[in-house]
Design a protein around this ligand. Structure first.
Ligand code: THU
Length: 131
């Protein structure tokens, strides 16, 4: 197991502690590694108008763009204390597709025994893109 994935996973875990999720009580943390080797984190932020909730993954990507990063995502770790292998939702997969360095982007999750590592290609084939 590459050490950087462990580090990324620990950062996602830490980020989940900041989740604002009084309605679902389902905290999520995400941490994202870019080609620059910078790492950005995010947590879910809910709202009493439930549909306005922001996912951890998209908050992390928005933080990266706000810091000047844009494209070049190499890996993302996602963690919830409530669920092993907490997968990104469909909307977050489309966002990852937008900013991925390529479709080998690694998705790092908490498995039953250590980390589960998938690729964006596996979980989001044939994503929408302009030519
Ligand atoms: N959630 C995320 O943060 N990321 C996902 O990919 C799936 C769902 C959050 C949204 C909501 O606050 C809670 O998990 C339950 O749906």
């Amino acid at each position: 197991m590459e050490n950087i994935y462990e580090e990324l996973f620990e950062k996602a875990k830490k980020a989940s502690e900041n989740a604002y999720c009084p309605y679902s009580k389902f905290p999520v943390g995400a941490s994202i590694l870019y080609e620059s080797n910078n790492i950005y984190t995010g947590c879910n932020v809910e709202n009493v108008s439930f549909g306005l909730t922001l996912c951890a993954e998209r908050n992390a990507m928005a933080a990266a763009v706000s810091a000047g990063e844009k494209t070049g995502i190499k890996a993302i770790a996602i963690y919830s204390p409530k669920q092993k292998e907490c997968m990104p939702c469909g909307a977050c997969r489309q966002w990852l597709n937008e900013f991925a360095s390529n479709e080998e982007l690694k998705i790092i999750l908490e498995g039953e025994n250590g980390l589960t590592i998938l690729t964006l290609k596996e979980i989001f084939p044939h994503g929408f893109k302009f030519n």
